[in-house]
Write a protein that binds this ligand. Structure first.
Ligand code: ZN
Length: 155
């Protein structure tokens, strides 16, 4: 039997370190945590690179051709089997997304301002209308618009 390419399992020990995203890289995977292994070769020796299930990205999932390539799925709880299977099939790991979202939320990003409403010049126009001579600078446009407004008033 050849070495499996991917393994999903509950960590039997707490010794493996997560090879996941930067936020988790080299953190220990606790015993019992759901972890995902990818076969790697280190100096001709096959080994496994482990990461928390929640650290499995869409990029990794997209490389898995079939759920059948993942060994150990049937050892998981029914709930986790469904979770993992659907993530592999959808090539999206909702848990990973949640982490990404949480990381984003934690960063001090400014609340996105709604598009600053373009200031309507209506007030200014009105003022200009009253004081043309005193405020010659913005007059051209204002006058035009004011004229238009006057026209429609006349109708
Ligand atoms: Zn991790």
């Amino acid at each position: 039997m050849s070495e499996p390419t991917y393994i999903i399992e509950y960590a039997a020990t707490g010794r493996a370190k997560c090879k996941g995203p930067k936020s988790c890289l080299d953190k220990t995977i606790s015993k019992g945590d759901l972890r995902f292994g990818t076969q790697i070769t280190i100096q001709d020796h096959p080994g496994m690179a482990w990461r928390h299930w929640s650290c499995v990205t869409a990029t990794i999932l997209s490389k898995i051709k079939s759920v059948d390539d993942v060994t150990g799925l049937d050892t998981l709880s029914a709930e986790d089997q469904v979770k993992v299977r659907s993530a592999i099939e959808a090539k999206i790991n909702p848990e990973q997304d949640q982490l990404a979202v949480a990381a984003k939320a934690a960063s001090p990003a400014k609340p996105k301002p709604a598009k600053p409403p373009k200031r309507k010049k209506k007030d200014t126009e009105d003022a200009d209308d009253d004081g043309d001579e005193m405020m010659p600078a913005p007059r051209k446009r204002a006058t035009k618009k004011a004229a238009a407004a006057e026209k429609s008033d006349d109708e």
